[in-house]
Design a protein around this ligand. Structure first.
Ligand SMILES: Nc1ncnc2c1ncn2[C@@H]1O[C@H](COP(=O)(O)OP(=O)(O)OP(=O)(O)O)[C@@H](O)[C@H]1O
Ligand SMILES: [Mg+2]
Length: 339
């Protein structure tokens, strides 16, 4: 039986751009899917198709058992959406925005007020609640928009980059709220550019790039594929980058990557802190002075490097053409030091 969110062969083109190029998804009820990908990967397009805002060129989608293309109005009744760009009414106060959403969902006026007050509190907006939304900072708007998506708890929620622009404290708070929602039975599709976030929240992760799913699995499976943790070393002297790379390659479980402008070498490892001590000893024995060394978890870029052999491409702001993250001293994989 298909899950609460199901998609098969979704294709959506905009002129020459294949924003979705055959995407399949299947999210079991009561779980979280993290749709992870760089700018322009197709995340928002997928969310728009699944939430009935955009018709795909081909493919099929079913949400909460309802065919998205055949019965979009019925789908709208069972989903909640928090879009990438906050959709709040600037001329209403935060409280009024939330009350209005409650009333749209046919809560009684008293219930809508109570729910608005509760959400303002949870999103740290109580003090600002009676100011018009146009006086809000970006992060406050974002939180108001998220609160609006949670006025009623629909069985299926879509959140497009919910934590972008939130400070660490508010991000943590939102993670908690999302976890509670899911504990209450909601199915959640969440898009993000941060592996760490998908890691915290998602049962399953789909990595998308150029409209295609290039990897899927649990966070542990993805990390195993990308070689687990990384040792990252910043050498004091740029001339030592080559030797440091050689040393790290000896400890690594995959290709090294070098960023010459930050004098940083990174390599996937297994073995944790004990290995770190060995790396330090070896670097010291070779007379390499280091400014910083540490173990860190893989990032989206690491996933990309290990899956595709290159760093995630970011879309150029100006003309929409994809452009690799490069420039002087760009990241290169497999031991090449970029000049
Ligand atoms: N309405 C549109 N008209 C033309 N091109 C579009 C439109 N919407 C999206 N695209 C293109 O489709 C591709 C996927 O865009 P999408 O917004 O789905 O990416 P995304 O993964 O959400 O990226 P981001 O992380 O920047 O939000 C991009 O190349 C984008 O320029
Ligand atoms: Mg987007």
């Amino acid at each position: 039986m298909p899950g609460a969110i199901y998609a098969e062969g979704l294709v959506k083109t905009f002129g020459k751009v294949r924003a979705l190029d055959g995407v399949d998804l299947d999210v079991p009820e009561g779980t979280v899917l993290g749709l992870l990908g760089p700018n322009g990967a197709g995340k928002t397009t997928a969310v728009r198709v699944l939430t009935t805002l955009l018709r795909p060129d081909s493919g099929r989608a079913v949400v909460a058992g309802i065919d998205v293309l055949k019965h979009p109005n019925d789908v709208r009744h069972v989903i909640g959406l928090s879009g990438q760009f906050a959709a709040v009414d600037e001329y209403l106060t935060g409280r009024e925005n939330l009350q209005m959403v409650g009333q749209l969902y046919q809560l009684s006026s008293r219930d809508a007020k109570a729910r608005a007050a509760e959400l303002l509190e949870r999103f740290n907006l109580t003090e600002a609640g009676d100011r018009t939304a146009k006086t809000y900072s970006g992060g406050m708007r974002r939180r108001l928009d998220l609160a609006a998506a949670l006025v009623v708890s629909p069985p299926v929620m879509f959140m497009d980059e919910p934590t972008t622009g939130l400070d660490p404290r508010n991000r943590q708070a939102l993670w908690g709220i999302m976890q509670e929602l899911v504990a209450g039975g909601t199915t959640l599709l969440l898009t993000t550019q941060y592996l760490e976030e998908a890691d915290q929240l998602a049962h399953d992760i789909c990595v998308v790039d150029h409209g295609r799913v290039i990897a899927r699995g649990t966070s542990d499976q993805l990390k195993a594929q990308t070689g687990g943790e990384r040792v990252e070393v910043v050498v004091h002297d740029r001339d030592h980058l080559g030797t440091a790379t050689e040393v790290l390659r000896g400890f690594g479980k995959g290709g090294t990557s070098v960023e010459s402008h930050t004098r940083k070498v990174t390599v996937p490892v297994t073995g944790g802190a004990k290995l770190l001590a060995e790396v330090i000893r070896e670097l010291d024995a070779r007379g390499i002075e280091i400014d910083d060394i540490g173990l860190r978890r893989p990032t989206l870029d690491d996933v990309f490097i290990s899956l595709t052999g290159h760093a995630a491409e970011r879309e150029a702001e100006s003309d929409g053409e994809p452009e690799p993250v490069s420039g002087p001293g760009a990241t290169t994989s497999d031991g090449e030091v970029a000049k």
